[in-house]
Design a binder for this molecule. Structure first.
Ligand SMILES: [Zn+2]
Length: 302
């Protein structure tokens, strides 16, 4: 039998009319088209079967982070098509009205006073001055994000508060970037279409943290989610998930916490021989049907 691989897709949000310079928020019509394309040419599957050989090429659909639209918009579409989804949820974000720091950063940069051409970021006890406003919001988001990423989340929040003060602009995340509440999570977990996975407690870049901190946030998110939904949480996704975002200590911590699988965002197709705690994934953007169809073909070759 020919050993087909499993293509694991990584989504974040499904919503209409969101201002997203990275195009990671997929519009509902496009998401429905993606699922139809998967059903047409692949076998929808789950992470539990990733190491089982299959006759047909499989696709696993996953979502990262824990946005509220995962429940309100993505789930009903997936249910109507019969495509299972694994939702990796940042446990500390449940019911947190401040949302994710990168959404607050987006609000700040969009609200930048026109005369402000620099941003003074308090980073690790010093101030880093960055130019903003000349190369577009995407470039600004990238350069500020790069400075903030290695910090602990409370330090990031403090830096954003400081900028909000400097510029005298609000930094609340946009209303459409709401995150799941504990009750939302229970509703999501109650669907036969959904599997809940863990994504650390506070969505920290693991590689910058000590082994102990990594163990705490990885095992902590598993415990918090399991207590909340009363089900086992056997799957994990590394926050950000790239080569520099997690390390061997993260993988060890995932295994000792008792997870069966862990997803990265390293490109590729999972094979029977792939380390289940270093599964590759493909990032999906807000593509229409023709582009998604082309991507599926391309990924098959990669
Ligand atoms: Zn994430």
């Amino acid at each position: 039998m020919r050993r087909n691989g499993t293509l694991i897709l990584c989504y974040h949000r499904v919503a209409e009319g969101v201002e997203d310079p990275f195009h990671l928020c997929v519009r509902p019509g496009n998401f429905a088209a993606h699922l139809e394309e998967i059903l047409r040419s692949r076998e929808p599957s789950t992470l539990a079967d990733v190491s089982v050989p299959s006759r047909r090429p499989r696709v696993v659909v996953t979502f990262d982070d824990g946005y509220r639209d995962n429940l309100t918009t993505a789930l009903p579409i997936a249910e109507s098509k019969g495509v299972p989804i694994t939702f990796f949820v940042t446990s500390g974000i449940l019911g947190n009205h401040n949302g994710f720091w990168w959404d607050r950063l987006g609000t700040l940069l969009r609200g930048r006073p026109p005369q402000a051409r620099e941003i003074d970021l308090p980073v690790g006890g010093r101030t880093v001055r960055l130019p903003v406003g000349s190369s577009g919001i995407r470039a600004d988001l990238d350069s500020v994000r790069r400075q903030l990423l290695p910090l602990r989340v409370p330090e990031i929040e403090q830096a954003l508060d400081a900028v909000s003060e400097q510029w005298q602009v609000g930094s609340a995340p946009p209303p459409d970037a709401g995150t799941l509440t504990p009750e939302d999570l229970r509703q999501l977990a109650a669907s036969d279409t959904a599997t809940i996975g863990a994504h650390t407690v506070e969505h920290v870049r693991l590689a910058d943290r000590t082994a102990r901190e990594q163990q705490d946030t990885i095992a902590g998110s598993k415990g918090e989610l399991e207590r909340s939904i009363g089900q086992a949480v056997p799957h994990f996704a590394y926050p950000f998930g790239g080569r520099d975002d997690f390390d061997d200590r993260s993988v060890d911590a995932v295994r000792s916490a008792g997870f069966d699988t862990a997803c990265t965002t390293l490109p590729g197709t999972a094979r029977v021989s792939t380390d289940p705690c270093r599964l590759p994934r493909r990032l999906v953007m807000d593509w229409g049907r023709p582009r998604f169809r082309v991507q599926l073909q391309r990924w098959k070759l990669g």
